[in-house]
Structure formats: C-alpha cells, structure tokens
Design a protein around this ligand. Structure first.
Ligand SMILES: [Fe+2]
Length: 191
C-alpha cells in the first residue's frame, strides 16, 4: 500500500556535499577521501581502462579490489544509458570518470529509511553536475542519485568504490516531485 509522506524539510540537511565524510564505521574503514583517491588513481590507469570491453547495447563492468575491503567497479556506459534513481543504503562511496562524461542528478535531502512507498520531494532539493574525464566526487551514506551518459555518440567509462561493500540498493522511479520506491536489491540478487 502506498502512503504519501509530508514533503522533506530543509534542503540543506544535505548529503550532497563535496566535503569528505568520516569513515562509515570504525577507524580502519577507508574514508571517502581515500575512496576518491583510489578511483582517481585507477581512472588514470589507461591500460586497465582500455581492457574493459565496450558493448554498444549495454553497460559492461569489471570488479576491482578497492582499498580497505571496499567494493570497486570499472563500468562502461554506452551513449544514452543510465542507472535510474537509487541509493546505496549505509555505504559511502566515490566515483571518477575515466573516459567521456557522466551526468549525475542527485537529491540534497535525506530520505526516511523505511516505511514509505511514495514521497513528495520539496522544492530545491535537486542537484545536477556534469563530470568530465578526470572529474569525480565522493558521497556519504544514503546518497540518492542517478547517473547517465547523456552523450549521443561517446562511450563513458568510470571507476566506483563503496564502503562498506553494498549491503543493498533501493531503486526508485520518479514522476515530477514524486519519488516511488520500486524495489530493494540485495547482493544475492546481483549474482
Ligand atoms: Fe550509485
């Protein structure tokens, strides 16, 4: 059953920040700054980036060993492909564009974790940024975004790292200001 919740309060209770967040847990956990450093250095590994097969029909990916037990991926994006709206639950993360460009649309708002199916977003919570080759960002827990290759002709390649390794992804559809939780995926769904 769907239930509309009140609009989200203050847009600036934001998770969308350029500042590295503290480690998600424990002192041994990699910080978002370390995740961002890893994805930047990996994106500069031209031999690795070139080793990823490109498929015009869909995204391709290669699992990497991230720092400090993090989960990392090298991903290719054909023109016009994207992730759809999703979050990464309790995981922090970072990604950098290694080739082409990616557009990120994100919400500068924290969503309630459970107990809702549809949510009307407040005005002013939308953010977007175009990340060119060599550009990246880090994000904190509960970051909600979609990432797209809006190019009409050029593949994009990017490097991503998450810590802790993704426990779940919640996927959303969006119509105007209304966000709807469509499904929750767990690692066993990705095997
Ligand atoms: Fe994501």
């Amino acid at each position: 059953m769907s239930a509309s919740l009140p609009s989200l309060p203050t847009p600036e209770s934001a998770v969308d920040t350029d500042l590295p967040a503290p480690a998600a847990d424990g002192s041994d956990a990699p910080t978002t700054a370390e995740l961002l450093d890893f994805v930047r250095r990996t994106a500069e590994d031209t031999a690795l980036v070139a080793s990823l097969p490109l498929d015009p029909e869909g995204r391709t990916w290669l699992r990497l060993d991230g720092p400090g037990g993090s989960e990392a991926w090298l991903i290719s994006w054909p023109p016009g492909t994207g992730t759809g709206w999703h979050d990464h639950a309790e995981s922090t993360g970072a990604f950098t564009v290694a080739a082409g460009a990616l557009k990120e649309y994100s919400l500068a708002a924290r969503l309630p974790t459970d107990g809702w199916r549809t949510l009307e977003l407040s005005e002013g919570v939308d953010r977007s940024r175009l990340l060119a080759t060599g550009q990246g960002r880090a994000f904190g827990r509960h970051h909600v975004h979609e990432v797209l290759n809006e190019s009409g002709r050029e593949h994009a390649v990017s490097v991503h790292a998450y810590y802790p390794p993704l426990p779940q992804i919640r996927r959303y559809s969006r119509t105007g200001a209304v966000l709807r939780l469509e499904q929750t995926e767990r690692p066993e769904d990705w095997q």
